[in-house]
Design a protein around this ligand. Structure first.
Ligand code: ADP
Ligand code: MG
Length: 344
């Protein structure tokens, strides 16, 4: 076979393989876009575990009608313009891949009205076939509709699980986003019924991490047993909650770690936490925590994986030790405090 250039739709479908694993990945990408656009409220409507419909509406800055085609073009983004921007990126998105990927494997509609403009517009894409921009009333902000995910990719569709399972994955992603952004209201409905409402709690800087949302997200028992952590040094800040050793889990299901507001998995950090708990947890039991690491974005590379689940730290060892020492000190205080009663 001779070498040929692949058509755009196929290129997008290939990229979708990395970014869009299941309905939950669509929800994650779209809610992240809403947050990047400064939304104060995001409505998430789902049908059949998100397979039949995912509709995400936000009240953010919106997209200008003449930029709708760009928004769904590959490698088109408003979030970075240079390598320098990339290295200091503070938005959740920056690859310009999510919308074209999602649009190539679904029946897709992007409606929006840009802040300051008096008319909205919609652009529809059916399995990668891009329509025209059509005027359409829309409040300020953006609505993305994704219907029949993977309708044109049977191999992918086959791997989708039962409605409840897909919904569970979506709820877990939303919990992860909600923990980081207690200032934003999230309303979720499934098959026409409201299923969850994360109330927005004012200004993020003002409320900081909200005790209320921690209870909502991880349960009252976690909240009651959580120690507040907030420690800074060497240009790093680690803050959040860690559960006292008496509250522990059979699995790692309540371990949330964020770098500059982005939920990530990091082996080295997970190891540091484990070490800090080593003396105080029974073998095989897992600690529970919600921890936020803040540092200069230039000290961390977020462009490691298309789905951005991982990051690479410039000084991984330093961060490992910082996390270990912060948690070890916090846990040592509880140990000291609980000694007398433990001996009694
Ligand atoms: P990225 O988020 O990496 O830039 P996307 O494909 O997710 O790439 O989105 C492409 C562009 O479309 C964004 O850079 C942004 O300008 C615009 N966009 C997407 N979703 C929204 C939204 N909900 N509100 C405002 N603009 C959006
Ligand atoms: Mg995005």
């Amino acid at each position: 076979m001779s070498i040929r250039q692949l058509p755009d739709t196929l290129i997008n479908q290939i990229a979708a393989g990395e970014v869009v694993e299941r309905p939950a990945s669509v929800v994650k990408e779209l809610v992240e876009n809403a947050l990047d656009a400064g939304a104060r409220r995001v409505d998430i409507d789902l049908e059949e575990g998100g397979v039949r419909l995912i509709r995400i509406r936000d009240d953010g800055n919106g997209i200008a009608a003449d930029e709708l085609p760009l928004a769904v073009s590959r490698h088109a983004t408003s979030k970075i313009a240079s390598l320098d921007d990339l290295e200091g990126v503070t938005t959740l998105g920056f690859r310009g891949e999510a919308l074209p990927s999602i649009a190539s494997v679904s029946r897709f509609a992007l409606s929006s009205r840009r802040i300051g403009e008096d008319r909205g517009a919609v652009l529809e894409i059916d399995g990668g076939r891009v329509g025209d921009v059509v005027p359409k009333p829309h409040p300020q902000g953006t609505t993305v509709e994704v219907r029949d995910l993977f309708f044109n990719v049977p191999a992918r569709r086959k791997f989708l699980k039962a409605e409840r399972t897909e919904l569970g994955h979506i709820e877990e992603w939303l919990r992860q986003l909600a923990l980081a952004r207690p200032d934003v209201e999230l309303r979720v409905s499934h098959n026409g019924k409201p299923t969850r409402r994360w109330k927005g709690e004012g200004d993020l800087v003002e409320v900081g991490l909200s005790d209320l949302r921690i209870g909502e997200a991880l349960g009252e028992e976690f909240a009651r047993n959580a120690l507040r952590v907030d420690h800074s040094g060497a240009g790093l800040r680690l803050h959040g909650w860690i559960a006292q050793p008496s509250y522990n889990r059979a699995s790692a299901d309540q371990q949330y770690f964020y770098v500059n507001g982005r939920a990530v998995r990091d082996r080295s950090v997970a190891h540091a936490v484990k070490q800090a708990y080593a003396d105080v947890l029974f073998h095989g039991r897992q600690p529970a925590y919600v921890l936020f690491l803040e540092l200069d974005p230039r000290r961390v590379d977020v462009n490691v994986h298309p789905a951005k689940h991982e990051v690479r730290f410039r000084d991984a060892r330093l961060i490992h030790d910082f996390v270990y020492r912060t948690l070890n000190d916090a846990l040592a205080e509880t140990r000291a405090g609980s000694l007398p009663s433990a001996q009694a």
